[in-house]
Design a protein around this ligand. Sequence first.
Ligand code: MG
Length: 396
Amino acid sequence: MSRLRLVAAGVTDVGRVRDGNEDDFLDQADRLGLVAVADGMGGHRAGEVASATALEALRAAVASGEPLREAIEGANEAVLEKSESDHELQGMGTTLTAGMLGTDGSLTVGHVGDSRAYLIRDGELRQITEDHSLVEEMVRGGELTPEQAEVHPQRSIITRALGIDPQVDVDEYPIELEAGDRILLCSDGLTTMLRPEDIANILGREHDPGRAAQLLVDAANAAGGEDNITAVIIEAVEVSEDEAVAAPVVDDEGDATDTGARPQKRRRRPGRTLLRVAMWALPILLVLAVAFGFVGWYARNSYFVGSNRGRVTVFQGIKGGLLIWDPTVERRTTLQADSPPLTDAQLQDVKDGKKFSSRSDADAYVARLRRQVEATTATTAPPVTTAPPPPAAPPS
Ligand code: MG
């Protein structure tokens, strides 16, 4: 008869943009069958304190026999207490995604925030956790497509974290481990830089947990390294019964189940709690998103006729640009934009950029200018007989 034990290795890296590394991880695979990743946030390095505090509280709670959910709730309290005790640390928080081996050989993943756990089995990568992030909630609510979420400017805003509220809702995922399974725990600095297929490719090529974790971090850095990057890989290794008994993990886990009823005081009522931060941030963000969307719509659904390299030109957009939307050239004509035969009024209109709400209106205006030019330059016909004065061209 054989059993499973965990072998893990991880790498955390500051990335290529940030000054400090607020990510952290815990590798207690040997001693406690416990591995975790935390991504801290807060000003003045408070994020580093948040992630380190959460991981140490988690380790201590599991070592003293608490089940995973209660241990994570305890870590939440530890971060909150610390942030309330020190002005410099106020408002800090952290994500936490942890995997813990049970005595029955199953793995429980406990999760708060937008770090992730993936299962790699038979060469296939499957995401275990759901992100507690604004964009993921918008995707689940049908407001964004997954493709839009990937590039959304607010994609780093999370809706659940440790250290923000006295109560925290912990997601738990039980996994029936099989020998050879690997679990990847990682911070969003990895998953915002690499697509799942990139991660699967690397994990398919490299089976050693430590080397694979390093390759993942290297690839995220090569892709820009815009955030701190952490990757921890856990492998389920089959061991003989003798070895398993000798491994401390069995004793620790035995403790965990024997004394599981003890920390009842930490048990929280179930039910979803939205973080305070999300409650005030969400309406503001929604209003901003709607306003931003409207401005973008307005900017891209406007046209003007102006001058480009001395020629009358149809532009899409607003003259001078609006926020991030610069006008683009839709059509350049052969008409001179800065000298007769256009009238002074028309020249001024073109110089100012005459606005239209549709491309066809802008084209019609250009057509009128062209007819007027042709009429003016035709020596044989007086303008009035071949080209009536354009109604949209105002007198100066
Ligand atoms: Mg991060």
